[in-house]
Write a protein that binds this ligand. Sequence first.
Ligand code: NDP
Length: 335
Amino acid sequence: LQQGRKLGMALVGLGGYAKNQLAPALQQTQHVRLAGIVTGTPAKADEWMAKYNIPKANVYDYKTFDRIIDNKDIDIVYVVLPNSMHAEYVIRAAKAGKHVICEKPMATTVKDCQEMIDACKKANRQLAIGYRLHYEPFTQEMMRLGREKVFGNLKFLEASDGFKAGDPTQWRLKKAMAGGGPMMDVGIYAIQGVRLVTGLEPLSVTAQFAPKTDPQKFKDVEEGMYWQFEFPNGITSTSTTSYAAGVERLYASAENGWFELRPAFGYGPLKGMTSKGPIDKPVVNHQAMHMDGICKDLIDGKQLPKHITGEEGIQDMKIITATYQAAETGRRIKI
Ligand code: NDP
């Protein structure tokens, strides 16, 4: 990759996140630009070509996608499809010789995650997951406060992420496409939150499903979930995720004080407070920081930091799998 030039990115799947967050963010990025699109909807192709000045040669559909191998304008592919489609398109992108960013959750099974990692390794291409918060300053401060034990040894954490899911026909409510309910979609941010702040891996999990207050809407996936992790050194965490109502916070209590973000996981602005006073950090565009962070490392020929790679994605998928198992069996599951 040539120093001093912007990488060309192709977005795969022009849904809500691509349209409302990623494409606008790509107008602000320094190290990457929107160069191509992959869509199954011809009307979107026309609209995006006009709006973002994308040449027809850089527009693909799901059948023609593999021809991207011949396209020198595209260095990196960003897969923004429903969860069950991530594995196939990451693997096809790697085979086409492109670096890949894959949205969270990385896939719907641990096996798929491993195949994605293997395909990228085999193609000698790097794989990052869409964990946009790793480059976000409030989140980084929470990591520093926890890992550097600024308030002493951590004792317990509370991390929850949920929202009211509207449209009952959306793919997020279909197990085959989503892999699960709110746990797969936003609960994963609560898992990320406690892993980031502690810098540790949970040893075991207990979990419970929330009652189904709308069994018709949630016939295929959970409406909500509660779970508890035990970490090394006696640290514990409790979490909630939900498609029934909103919640968004990350709280850590340590021997000599506490620190929290609320809101903690949305697009921002995030807000932070500690027992000593507010967390004061710049408000940034999460998506622009995330894509720039990754693309800068790729241009510099560096290995991406492990906590944004497929290794992080597969670890979350292992934890999620254990959490579902704990809720289904009522047992404490070792991770
Ligand atoms: P949308 O439903 O809004 O968009 C998905 C797009 O995928 C569709 O518009 C369509 O694009 C394409 N697609 C191809 N096949 C199908 C199919 N069978 N059913 C539905 N869509 C299909 O989803 P989002 O944009 O909200 O989410 C996409 C991914 O991004 C998910 O994995 C989600 O978890 C993740 N996400 C991450 C966020 C974050 O903060 N990191 C925030 C929001 C989402 P086309 O018409 O172009 O073919």
